[in-house]
Design a protein around this ligand. Structure first.
Ligand SMILES: Cc1cc2nc3c(=O)[nH]c(=O)nc-3n(C[C@H](O)[C@H](O)[C@H](O)COP(=O)(O)O)c2cc1C
Length: 222
């Protein structure tokens, strides 16, 4: 098991996986780690579905077909175009980073579409974790608690030699995902996490996007 500093500083989004599944024993440990997340008043509002095998394939097919028809129906929509200024600069850099890591140039429209479709194929991961939340007031605090759960989940994967990626794209077709998983409509799909054994020989996993210096985000008052 990796130590804390190595775990937290080496975690990265994994966009290529080996066709090998994680054992039930390891999965149970990861879920116990994730379950230790803090939450407002200890409400633990995460409702989690771990999906593999044929069910994962069915969800992938449903998402690809809904994408083709343009049937977007996210419970919690996200639009990076609403982020201007320094945030826009960062998401644009991130897009370029991902395109470059897959060898896709900006002008290659078909290559960019293929890359988008990889999201709905879980980047080849054998497992996905879908994070649902109850609708409570404006849901911001609930979503925050689920973010804490998700980070524990991701760090546990990294510490144990696995890898994952949080994915808002997996929330774009909430209706289809809920139908397949039998999740009632009063639950909201926040996002998903694809996970498994990273393919470290794959180019997208060989680089890691950096961060701005701490001093640009943090003001220390004494
Ligand atoms: C809530 C959330 C949703 C994300 N959705 C996607 C996604 O749909 N597709 C994708 O390729 N990456 C997605 N990412 C990964 C981010 O692009 C990535 O975390 C960021 O660029 C920083 O890189 P790192 O995770 O490797 O440190 C998402 C990350 C978060 C936290």
């Amino acid at each position: 098991m990796l130590d804390f500093q190595t775990t937290v500083r080496s975690r990265q989004s994994i966009r290529s996986y080996l066709p090998k599944t994680i054992s039930d024993t390891d999965l149970q440990e990861i879920l116990i780690d994730a379950q230790s997340a803090p939450s407002a008043c200890n409400t633990q509002p995460w409702e989690v579905h771990i999906v593999s095998g044929d069910t994962l394939k069915r969800i992938s097919q449903a998402m690809l077909s809904a994408f083709e028809k343009g049937e977007f129906n996210a419970d919690v929509p996200f639009d990076q175009n609403l982020f201007g200024g320094k945030y826009e600069q960062r998401w644009r850099e991130q897009y370029k980073f991902v395109f470059d890591s897959f060898g896709v140039i900006r002008e290659d429209k078909e290559g960019r579409s293929r890359l988008t479709l990889k999201n709905f194929e879980f980047y080849g991961a054998p497992h996905a974790c879908f994070l649902f939340m109850p609708k409570v007031a404006d849901s911001v605090a609930v979503a925050n608690d689920i973010g804490m759960y998700a980070q524990n989940f991701l760090l546990s994967l990294t510490a144990r030699g696995f890898g994952g990626i949080p994915m808002l794209t997996l929330g774009m077709f909430a209706k289809q995902v809920k139908e397949i998983l039998g999740v009632p409509d009063d639950m909201q799909l926040l996002y998903g996490i694809s996970f498994g054994y990273p393919d470290w020989d794959a180019q997208p996993n060989k680089e890691h996007l950096g961060r701005i210096p701490v001093s640009e985000s943090v003001t220390i008052h004494r």
